[in-house]
Ligand binder design. Structure first.
Ligand code: C2O
Length: 558
């Protein structure tokens, strides 16, 4: 039953990713395993290094142990991780363990200026955390400026020893990391030659394999499909799902999706392919198809008498704007069993999410919007500004005034037809560092409503420190009276990242049982940088088990 742990993945994650803005550090992971009873502690050391000078320009990159993407971390539920980050580079950095609940331990969460000050060049910080009742696929990435373009990797959490998967044991498992692939050239400079080689996933005829698909792209939702093969979705964001079968998946930045694939076709070679799902109107994006090959071990090797092997078959992917397919896919998610969903709501929050425009006082390259404006983003008309004097969590813990306020609005300041023709006067948000306070244990509902300001768009919304139930979604304006009765309060999927349908809304519920400051934001990187974020301040409850742990002594200072 514990055979999952015997699968050492000798293959590398599927590389499909690069980005032109390259960071400035090398991250080295030294992995050692120490065994204490059945829970383990995994020690890692991350060392950062130097820029690369090429073509008269200083290119800089970030790799982990010389690998891109970074190494796959493999742990079991109940294990602890101790990751020492030593920054020998020129840029500030932090690391985030996307989807790890970090119970009472915001200090290890990582978003810069939210739960910690950055690890400055020359400084060190050790992330210490334990996986508590989570299993499946997560990932880790840098959480400061744009550094996550290249600083990321898979975090695979196997069940505790002796605990089986709730589905037949797959014969093999492969992490599939989908990243930005629209600018490959910088990676040539960095000699990441492997990047351009097509990855091959070997499979035996009749075998069932598990693909752990991670969307690590900065800005792009993706469709993913395998030629001639059906995919059975069994988990997402480190939570199991009621299995359902599909020929295409849609995955948003930040999300993970585990699928089973049975090699039940004629022995041969089949393309796995990913391509953009793009919902913003009039926005540039790359429509390139990125591929890897599923290869049957019994497939003919190289054709007869030196002729080339047969060309793999390409799957057909939906059109880039096929929202109907994306929506139908997402609508199929259920938890495999009844889950604990708050039935009474103490905090009923309604968040408008979307774009906006700021008037530029003078022309500048940042003013890419129409009529000399600059793009911005907001939630409830507040465009989130990170503090600089301290992190939010440290300021809160130290009672340092003046860093943030706790008056984040529970609903938009003005009601309007969110998905209609929005009057221009409502396009410019205010910048602020506002938090929303939640009492420990309060039952929270958030309806996230996309707006049509500038453009409607799918915003993959990620909440740190929590897994939430996705109880409903729809198009147009949310109507509490009409839509609430249709919520799934029995077996909704549990996630950490969920998209607002373009021009629609999504409703989530969770219990505020994790004290600390927790960021919620759009996982499209530019939207986060422009302000599509807010933070919750979840107060301590009663007693030690409902109280934030003391900060580690080496927590960086600003
Ligand atoms: Cu994966 Cu705050 O992000």
């Amino acid at each position: 039953m514990e055979a999952a742990h015997h699968h050492k993945l000798s293959n590398r994650p599927w590389r499909s990713s690069a980005h032109s803005l390259l960071g400035l550090l090398f991250v080295v992971v030294i992995l050692s395993l120490a065994s204490f009873s059945d829970a383990e502690t995994h020690y890692h050391e991350f060392i950062q290094a130097t820029p690369v000078k090429r073509l008269c320009r200083t290119h800089s990159t970030i790799t982990v142990n010389g690998q891109f993407p970074g190494p796959t971390l493999e742990v079991r539920d109940g294990d602890s991780l101790v990751i020492k980050a030593i920054n020998q580079a020129r840029y500030n950095i932090t690391l985030h363990w996307h989807g790890v609940r970090q119970l009472r331990n915001p200090w290890a969460d990582g978003p810069v200026y939210v739960t910690q000050c950055p690890i400055q060049p020359g400084a060190t910080y050790t992330y210490r955390f334990t996986i508590q009742n989570q299993e499946g696929t997560l990932w880790w990435h840098a959480h400061s400026q744009w550094l996550r373009a290249t600083v990321y990797g898979a975090l695979i959490i196997y069940p505790r020893l002796g605990k089986p998967y709730p589905f037949p044991m797959p014969k093999r498992e492969f992490p599939v990391l989908l990243g930005e692939w629209w600018d490959r050239n910088p990676m040539d400079v960095l000699k990441l030659a492997l990047f351009t080689e097509t990855t091959v996933f070997p499979v035996g005829a009749g075998e069932t394999i598990l693909l752990r698909i991670i969307n690590a792209a900065l800005e792009q939702e993706l469709f993913f499909s395998v030629a001639n093969h059906m995919l059975t979705v069994v988990a997402a964001d480190a939570a199991y799902t009621k299995p359902f079968t599909t020929n295409v998946i849609m995955i948003s930045p930040g999300q993970t999706t585990n699928v089973l694939l049975t090699a039940n076709q004629a022995p041969g070679r089949y393309y796995m392919a990913a391509r953009a799902y793009q919902t913003a109107q009039n926005a540039a994006f790359d429509n390139t198809t990125t591929t890897a090959i599923l290869q049957y071990k019994s497939a003919p090797c190289g054709g007869k008498k030196g002729q080339p092997a047969s060309t793999p078959i390409l799957p057909s992917l939906p059109a880039f704007n096929d929202t109907a397919t994306a929506t139908a896919f997402t609508a199929q998610f259920r938890s495999p069993w009844k889950v604990k969903v708050p039935l009474q709501v103490d905090e009923n929050l309604f968040f408008t999410v979307g774009l906006g425009l700021i008037n530029c006082s003078r022309p500048s390259p940042r003013c890419q919007g129409p009529n000399g404006t600059r793009f911005t983003t907001s939630i409830n008309n507040v465009s989130f500004v990170l503090p600089r004097a301290n992190s939010l969590m440290q300021a809160y813990y130290q009672n340092m005034p003046g860093v943030f306020t706790t008056d984040f609005p529970p609903s938009p300041p003005i009601k309007f037809d969110y998905t209609g023709n929005v009057s221009r006067g409502l396009w410019q948000p205010v910048k602020a560092t506002k938090l929303y306070k939640l009492k420990y244990g309060s039952q929270v509902q958030i309806v996230m409503q996309d707006t049509s300001i500038v453009t409607t768009e799918d915003h993959p919304m990620h909440l740190h420190g929590y897994q939430f139930a996705v109880v409903g979604m729809g198009f147009g304006n949310f109507d509490a009276r009409r839509d609430t009765p249709k919520f799934n309060l029995v077996d909704p999927p549990m996630r950490n990242t969920i998209g607002t349908p373009p021009g629609g809304w999504v409703a989530i519920r969770f219990v505020a049982d994790n004290p600390g400051v927790w960021l919620m934001h759009c996982h499209l990187d530019s939207h986060l940088i422009w302000g599509l974020a807010m933070s919750f301040l979840v107060e301590n409850g009663v007693g030690e088990l409902q109280t934030v742990q003391p900060p580690p002594l080496d927590l960086p200072r600003c």
